[in-house]
Design a protein around this ligand. Structure first.
Ligand code: AMP
Ligand code: ZN
Length: 665
């Protein structure tokens, strides 16, 4: 069979499924089948490096590191848009246009204004060749590698497209994905991102494209520029782009006059709240390209387009007081308690104030009339003072913890204040136990967050290890507890002793150690004892573990109280080791030897071969170096590898040689 054709077919098929799933929101195969096909492609590509294609769907997982983003001059400048805020503004705009065009009848394309980071993507012969940020409009940064990881952006177009063009769009982070990312941050004790727009634009400049690939980014496209475009008007351009495979929102509408534009605006002013992503207005574009050309550009923006900004939902109300919340990691969050007020369909009583700097910057004082706005965030925020109240002094930020009275600290370069009383501050203690029992951690059935607070307040637990000493008769007297629920609680705790080490490690609540990091560390160190003895140097050698995580792990284990708690948990039977499945075939025959595996094998899959090496005490290296002892070569071993192995004088053995090696006594 023709391997190249097989590879190309798989690429085409995967491109189609990506399009169905991410653009049309209409998957036609299961995730499992998709992953299988992707794996098949990855395997074939690994065996046949001669068929490498930088636009293969396998490249979407990312993995390239960009230390410095290259500056690129835009072939066609990226303009901004003039803004309008009222229907009169739009009427004035039409009058000006009509003066230039001589009172022709005009059609307008109405589109939503997506709130994210703008991007210009170049396609050559149907393949994505470059993606550049807006920058100052004249030149931006080359972020091609990062952009390719966004699954709704086609790497290969369909249909009849010009040989070269640029397409412009907005990189956005839909609410759902944004909230999920924030939940993950909260899980590791970090402060959440403030809004989807900044997070989307920050994502474009991440150095590791594999990190970008993990973020649920999306790209909505709205404009094509280039020569020989097969359409002569904006609305047709949108339809055409959609047919080529781009994600072009279908809400756009062709309006025959300003009244129809107003209808569109009125409709979306209300219904934008039902969209899965943030919009901050409508963009109105003169539809016909001949008209556009006649109108041209000002120094800053096209004369043929204008943005209409929705009035952000803003109200004023009185700031009654400021309270300070203490999180699980001791971070202090100031919260504004407001005179209840109606905003965007809900009654708002509280708003986030972020940190001390924010309060100082806005000079907010208790008793002020403040502006409250609801943007992309879940919690509304205060954006300024409308009218000063009676308070003559600026707000003094608290210096001591409201819960335990410890003096607060603020680390260099951090915006947040912290209560350092890790072991004595009630919300920190309760928060840690709540994290310990949570679903992704120990998943203790029959025990909820409120009960944890009750247990603590009644002196029954002071850290998570105390949970294991709870008895049914201890808990029955608590509010809303009965025999049955008390038994469930105790049984749930008992069952948590079966939770595997990696989740226990996550449950401990070490700062920056989220689910993924916990898995990595557990897999690498295998036991808590080994992990607790690791140095910073050891730790950062583990894949994906950086300085910050390493420091935090070290600090955690340096602490005497943590060590006592872990010893207690151990004595109760909580898992602190990876339980290796017993392998009757394991030997030490290959110990001290490093192998590199290359090519395709008859009797083993590559993974099985690697496993056989490790099972027999050998090590698997990823590339040939002076440290390599043997290269196990299959069919189609890459010529570069062969040459390198020969140069370094490394023994090249066959699959059968290898089998013989492990079968010798
Ligand atoms: P502004 O940043 O307020 O000057 O608005 C101009 C920006 O709006 C453009 O640079 C685009 O990034 C963005 N934008 C969002 N949606 C659209 C759209 N449908 N058409 C044109 N520009 C849009
Ligand atoms: Zn405290």
């Amino acid at each position: 069979m023709d391997i190249h054709k097989k590879i190309q077919d798989l690429r085409e098929e995967l491109n189609l499924h990506n399009h169905n799933y991410y653009v049309l929101d209409n998957a036609t195969i299961s995730d499992f089948e998709f992953d299988q096909k992707l794996k098949e492609l990855q395997d074939l590509e690994a065996k046949h490096p001669e068929f490498f294609d930088e636009n293969s769907p396998s490249q979407r997982v990312g993995g390239t590191i960009t230390k410095n983003f290259q500056t690129v001059v835009h072939e066609n400048r990226m303009y901004s848009l003039d803004n309008s805020y009222s229907k009169e503004d739009l009427q004035d705009w039409e009058t000006k246009i009509q003066k230039v065009l001589g009172n022709v009848s005009l059609q307008y394309t109405c589109e939503l204004k997506y709130d994210g980071a703008s991007i210009s993507i170049t396609y050559e012969n149907g393949k994505l060749s470059k993606a550049v940020t807006r920058g100052d409009g004249f030149q931006g940064d080359d972020v091609t590698n990062n952009i390719k990881t966004i699954k709704s952006i086609p790497l290969q177009l369909k249909g009849n497209f010009p040989s070269k063009f640029d397409i412009r769009g907005e990189i956005i982070l839909p609410f759902e994905g944004f909230e999920k990312m924030n939940q993950e941050l909260i899980d590791i004790g970090e402060s959440p991102y403030s809004n989807p727009r900044n997070t989307a634009s920050g994502s474009l400049k991440l150095q590791d494209s594999a990190e970008v690939a993990k973020r649920p980014l999306d790209c909505l496209l709205y404009f094509i520029t280039g020569n020989n475009l097969p359409f002569d008007a904006q609305f047709k351009g949108l339809e055409t782009a959609r047919n080529w495979g781009f994600k072009v929102p279908t809400q756009s509408k062709l309006a025959n006059n300003l009244d129809e534009v107003f209808e569109f605006i009125n409709y979306w002013d209300i219904h934008r709240h039902d969209l899965p992503y943030e919009t901050d207005g409508v963009v109105i574009k003169v539809n016909d390209f001949n008209h556009q050309n006649e109108l041209g550009y000002t120094a800053k923006s096209p004369r043929w387009a204008i943005a209409y900004k929705f009035k952000s939902e803003q109200v004023t109300t009185t700031l009654n007081s400021i309270s300070y919340q203490v999180g699980r990691t001791g971070a202090i969050t100031p919260v504004a308690n407001l005179e209840p007020v109606q905003l965007a369909g809900t009654i708002v009583k509280r708003a986030s104030l972020h940190n001390a700097d924010q309060i100082e910057k806005l000079d907010i004082r208790v008793g002020d009339e403040v502006f409250v706005e609801k943007g992309g965030e879940i919690i509304p925020k205060i954006i300024g003072v409308a009218k000063r109240g009676t308070e003559i002094e600026p707000t003094k930020y608290i210096t001591h913890c409201p819960e335990c009275q410890s003096e607060l600290i603020r680390k260099e370069g951090e915006a947040q204040h912290y209560c350092p009383n890790f072991y004595g501050c009630p919300p920190q203690i309760i928060g840690r136990i709540q994290h310990y029992i949570s679903r992704k951690a120990m998943d203790i059935e029959g025990l909820g967050g409120e009960t944890v607070a009750l247990l603590f307040n009644n002196g029954l637990v002071k850290d998570y290890s105390d949970l294991y000493e709870l008895k049914v008769e201890d808990v029955i007297p608590l509010e809303r507890m009965a025999q049955k629920s008390a038994e469930n609680l105790v049984n749930g705790i008992e069952k948590s002793k079966e939770i595997p080490f990696e989740r226990v490690l996550f449950a401990l609540g070490i700062r920056y150690v989220g689910e993924t990091v916990a898995k990595k560390l557990a897999k690498h160190y295998k036991t808590i004892d080994a992990l607790s003895q690791a140095s910073v140097m050891d730790l950062i050698l583990v894949d994906e573990i950086g300085d910050r995580i390493a420091q935090s792990v070290i600090e955690f284990f340096e602490n005497q109280e943590n060590r006592i708690i872990i010893e207690r948990l151990k004595s109760f039977g909580v898992q602190f080791e990876i339980i290796e499945k017993f392998n009757p075939n394991a030997t030490v025959k290959l110990s001290g030897k490093t192998f590199v595996v290359s090519g395709v094998f008859e009797k083993f899959s590559r993974d099985d071969l690697k496993k056989a090496i490790e099972d027999n005490g050998g090590k698997v290296g990823s590339s040939i170096s002076a440290k390599t002892d043997f290269v196990v070569a299959g069919d189609n071993m890459g010529p570069a590898k062969l040459e390198k192995a020969n140069q370094l004088g490394i023994s090249i053995i066959s699959e059968d040689d290898f089998i013989q090696m492990i079968n010798e006594n």
